[in-house]
Design a protein around this ligand. Structure first.
Ligand code: T46
Length: 142
C-alpha cells in the first residue's frame, strides 16, 4: 500500500513518503507503479536549470495524476483548489507531492540546483490542460 501523509483538509493533494534504501555508499530510492506511486506511470519528465525568479505552471489538469519530487535542490508549489491556496515546499528527495485532478498549480522559488522530477499517470496531452483560471474556477462549480 502507498504510505501517504494525509492532507485531509485539502483533497486531491497528498505528500507521499518514499523509503530510502541507504547504506554506507549513499542513498537509493526506487519508485514502482501502484506499490509506492499510486497509479500506473506512463511518463516521467524533469525540469532543471530553471532561471532565477521564474514561475512555471499556471494550469490545472482534468484527469492527470502526478507525483512531483525535488530529487535535488528545492522549489515551491502554490496549489489552489478554487477555495484555498496552499504553499508546499519540496526539498527532500524522500518525499513526493501527489497532485490529482483539478488542482491549479504554480511552481516558483527554484533553487539554482533544483531538479524537479514528475511522474505522470498519462502521456502528454495538451487537451487535458486547463490554462485559463476562470475556466478552472467554473469547472470547480460543476
Ligand atoms: C505540470 C507541471 C508540474 C512536452 O512536450 N511533454 C511533456 O510531457 C511536458 C510536461 C511538456 N512538454 C512541452 C510542452 C511545452 O512546450 O514542454 C514545454 C514546457 O511545458 P509546460 O509549459 O507545460 O511546463 P510547466 O512547467 O508549466 O508544467 C509542467 C507540466 O506541463 C504540467 O503537467 O503539472 O509541470
Amino acid at each position: 500500500m502507498v504510505d501517504k501523509n494525509n492532507m485531509s483538509d485539502y483533497p486531491n493533494v497528498q505528500m507521499v513518503d518514499f523509503k530510502s534504501c541507504g547504506d554506507e555508499r549513499g542513498s537509493l530510492i526506487a519508485l514502482e507503479q501502484i506499490k509506492n506511486v499510486p497509479f500506473d506511470i506512463k511518463r516521467v519528465y524533469y525540469m532543471f536549470d530553471t532561471k532565477e525568479g521564474v514561475t512555471r505552471g499556471f494550469h490545472a489538469h482534468k484527469a492527470l495524476k502526478q507525483v512531483a519530487i525535488a530529487v535535488k535542490g528545492s522549489c515551491n508549489f502554490v496549489l489552489d483548489n478554487g477555495k484555498k491556496r496552499v504553499n508546499v515546499k519540496l526539498d527532500d528527495p524522500c518525499k513526493g507531492l501527489l497532485i490529482e485532478e483539478f488542482i491549479w498549480r504554480e511552481m516558483n522559488q527554484f533553487s539554482p540546483d533544483c531538479v524537479l522530477m514528475v511522474l505522470a499517470s498519462e502521456y502528454y496531452d495538451e487537451s487535458d490542460y486547463v490554462r485559463d483560471y476562470d475556466e478552472f474556477l467554473k469547472a470547480q462549480l460543476k
